[in-house]
Ligand binder design. Structure first.
Ligand code: HEM
Length: 393
């Protein structure tokens, strides 16, 4: 065994890729009797089987995603299957239409990013996780919902309270109640008078005579920050880390902004923020010849699939010149990320503005803090990004 499981699987500081690479060579399915961070069950760590599990929702149900968090978040799109899921998804998908994305890019995303850079551009140094990436997607989601910027922190704290409900139920229920009461007037005002924004789209969405039931509307709103901000801010940090640790690529992208989409897609393959999604077997079945009993937990390790050497050449290298091969960072099948176009838009604006407005960006050579590193088992992002750049008055 070439890895230390304790180091590999530490929830906050884990480095799991070597473990997944070593184990994949032996078998694409790991039996995880309480290990591998997924409770007792199985983990799928190669591309082909990860893809086939995620594309077979009848055998591998998403209902498991409601198990612990459902009582705090409400009816979640990620926890439904079949027709119920399709109807829910068709309704909320309307709120992410292209014209809305274009509007957000110009009126919300770029102004927010420029404002964050205004705060550091004259300083010549910054810690980009603290000063930029951790703030940006949260503010974008709040802006989309219509929450004033100075109330974004409170909204974020409620989202965190809801998210940690399974380990602190009192705080979880209190946060759920507080967030709902805070949002209720916004929802009611859009119901009475739609103004063409995201919330108006959600409350008035109709497909084949169906509208979004109240519990689903609240469930969707409570999911937005964990699904849309926690994920995007970490990938933004991972992309910056990739460029800072590959100065040759940084130089090329600084000189040619048309390479930014390649940086985004390769970051999503190489180091996404979400490394796994969960399913439950609905029937006795098998994966790669491994028998799986009905009711078993099946963790699909999308991060490991993205490093499968039978699907990607030199999978552990960050290489923006790869031929476009679709990665699995946004999942695949019926639950594929609904916010992926928004995430790409935010990452594109974020990278473009950082590279343009912080010239000669590089790691701070005088920094004496912990070494910057991408870390985490199920969620991955950089611990810190201390940088210097040419300051602009
Ligand atoms: C880089 C950032 C992001 C990553 C890596 C990511 C990753 C994922 C993954 C892996 C899934 C599949 C879950 C499963 O199969 O069980 C998913 C679903 C989802 N994501 Fe994202 N996501 C990101 C950004 C966003 C954003 C910005 C939003 C919205 C504001 C969003 C909203 C959703 C929703 C609503 C679903 C559930 C879709 C469904 O169940 O049909 N995500 N995401």
């Amino acid at each position: 065994m070439a890895y230390d499981p304790a180091v590999a699987m530490d929830f906050f500081h884990g480095q799991p890729y070597e473990m997944w690479n070593v184990e994949r060579e032996k078998c694409p399915v790991l039996q995880s009797e309480g290990s591998f961070g997924l409770g007792s069950g199985y983990s799928v760590i190669d591309w082909a089987h990860a893809e086939s599990v995620l594309r077979d929702p009848a055998t591998f149900s998403s209902a498991i995603n409601m198990d612990h968090i459902g009582q705090f978040m409400g009816e979640l799109i990620v926890g439904l299957d079949g027709e119920e899921h399709r109807t829910y998804r068709n309704l909320v998908a309307k709120a992410f239409r292209q014209s809305q994305l274009d509007k957000w890019d110009a009126s919300l995303v770029r102004p927010l990013m420029n404002e964050l850079i205004d705060g550091i551009a004259h300083l010549g140094s910054a810690e980009l996780v603290r000063d930029v990436t951790a703030k940006y997607p949260v503010q974008v989601i709040c802006g989309i919902v219509g929450i004033p910027k100075d109330e974004a922190l409170q909204f974020q704290q409620w989202a965190e309270g809801i998210n940690t409900g399974p380990i602190d139920p009192d705080a979880g229920f209190a946060a759920k109640h507080a967030m709902t009461e805070y949002l209720r007037p916004f929802v009611e005002s859009r119901r009475a008078e739609p103004i063409g924004d995201f919330l108006s789209d959600l409350v008035h969405a109709e497909v084949d005579g169906e509208t979004l039931a109240d519990e689903r509307l609240w469930g969707f709103l409570r999911l937005l920050l964990p699904a849309g901000a926690e994920t995007t801010y970490r990938v933004f940090g991972n992309a910056l880390y990739a460029l800072l640790t590959h100065p040759d690529i940084m130089e090329r992208v600084q000189a040619d902004a048309s390479l930014i989409p390649a940086v985004i897609e390769e970051t999503l393959r190489w180091e996404s923020s979400v490394t796994m999604v969960s399913r439950r077997a609905t029937t006795d079945t098998e994966i790669a010849g491994c028998p799986i009993a009905a009711g078993s937990t099946v963790g699909v390790i999308t991060g490991a699939a993205n490093r499968d050497g039978s699907h990607f050449e030199r999978p552990n290298e960050f290489d923006i010149a790869r031929p476009p091969a679709l990665h699995m960072a946004f999942g695949t099948g019926p639950h594929q990320c609904l916010g992926m176009h928004l995430a790409r838009l935010e990452l594109h604006a974020g990278l473009e503005i950082v590279l343009e407005r912080l010239p000669n960006l590089r790691f701070d050579p005088t920094d004496s803090g912990p070494t910057p590193v991408i870390e985490g088992f199920a969620f991955r992002g950089p611990n810190r990004l201390p940088v210097v750049f040419d300051s602009v008055a």
